[in-house]
Design a protein around this ligand. Sequence first.
Ligand SMILES: Nc1ncnc2c1ncn2[C@@H]1O[C@H](COP(=O)(O)OP(=O)(O)OP(=O)(O)O)[C@@H](O)[C@H]1O
Length: 181
Amino acid sequence: MRVIGTVGLPGSGKGEAAAVAREKGIPVVTMGDVIRRECRERGLDPADHHGEVAQALREEDGPLAIAERSLPLIEEGLEESELVLVDGLRSGAEVERFEEAFGEAFTLVAIEAPFDVREERLGTRGRDNPETEDLETRDERELGFGMGEAIERADVTIENTDSLEAFRERIEGLFAGRVER
Ligand SMILES: Nc1ncnc2c1ncn2[C@@H]1O[C@H](COP(=O)(O)OP(=O)(O)OP(=O)(O)O)[C@@H](O)[C@H]1O
């Protein structure tokens, strides 16, 4: 049994890592899915209420609200697969919860890329476009949830500064157990 969790700022490459997992038939549990499901249960459209519901969940049930709801989904994945990927942890508290649940079987991977690279990949030249939240604001919001602490606790750090192909190979190696801790 192995559970690999990813953490990284917006545009770092978490979605690509999840895409590699899906291609390999590895179940992916995303914290975003948990929030979308909660939106539907509250009769709200996830497209408009995602951030609001994420915050409401934390206010109602504390900082572990989303991690706790993802645990049964991870357990389900482990019934059919030796390895499950958890996409997008957000805080040190969540990391601790997964370490408690899965012990040594849990590996946290930080995906890192500099601000400018992430901005270019996301195609958001924030200040030029008032319609979308700029990357600086997104970074601040994520760091406000405690993501910096989660990144610091990572067992493995992958720099996603090279080509997409190189990154995908690195991720495949990680899934195959070829990346040392
Ligand atoms: N090494 C790379 N080279 C080129 N493009 C990349 C690379 N890594 C990721 N990308 C592209 O950059 C964009 C952002 O990556 P991705 O969606 O994986 O980030 P993310 O960490 O999931 O971001 P978010 O938190 O916003 O969901 C995607 O279009 C992805 O295909």
